[in-house]
Design a protein around this ligand. Structure first.
Ligand SMILES: [Zn+2]
Length: 163
């Protein structure tokens, strides 16, 4: 229990540190070419690779998420980049692992480059909520707050507006 608490505190502290360095992150993003950025977003189908929100629904462009954080030595290579909405990018911060709430184990977060979303998560409640079906999926849903109030509201509106 103490180890889990410590790891959560370390993860939270690191995320705050990373988020406070907005200028540094903005400068570093410039090292990703526009072609590579477009490729990542197109390959993701113009949807966040974590919460699956489309950039059209979010009303904002997707951004580049470093799966292994740059502050830990992660690169700008294609295999370390994921298309992400601002919300998931911010909630992920520099986290690479989180606790599976069911088993209480510290596990890696979902990796969009090496894993299939449907192997770890699924839709419920008519597509308004995401549920993790593996330790990785469950930890990712909690850590990235994939069912936060705002995105659930947006998904509900989308469901209602569908013909
Ligand atoms: Zn997202």
């Amino acid at each position: 229990m103490l180890v889990e608490l410590y790891l959560c505190l370390v993860s939270t502290t690191l995320a705050r540190t990373a988020n406070s360095n907005i200028t540094g992150d903005a400068v570093s993003l410039m090292s990703i070419s526009e072609d590579l950025r477009r490729q990542v977003i197109e390959e993701a189908g113009f949807r966040c690779e974590y919460c699956k929100t489309s950039s059209q629904l979010a009303g904002m462009p997707l951004i580049m998420e470093h799966i292994f954080p740059r502050s830990f030595g992660g690169t700008d290579d294609r295999n370390n980049l994921a298309a992400s909405c601002y919300r998931c990018n911010e909630f992920k911060g520099v986290k690479t692992h989180a606790i599976d709430p069911e088993a209480g184990q510290f596990v890696p977060l979902f990796n969009p480059q090496t894993q299939c979303w449907k192997d770890h998560m699924t839709w419920v409640n008519g597509g308004t909520h995401i549920v993790g079906i593996t330790p990785i999926g469950r930890a990712t849903v909690i850590a990235l707050r994939l069912n936060n109030e705002n995105v659930v509201d947006a998904r509900s509106i989308r469901q209602c507006s569908m013909p």
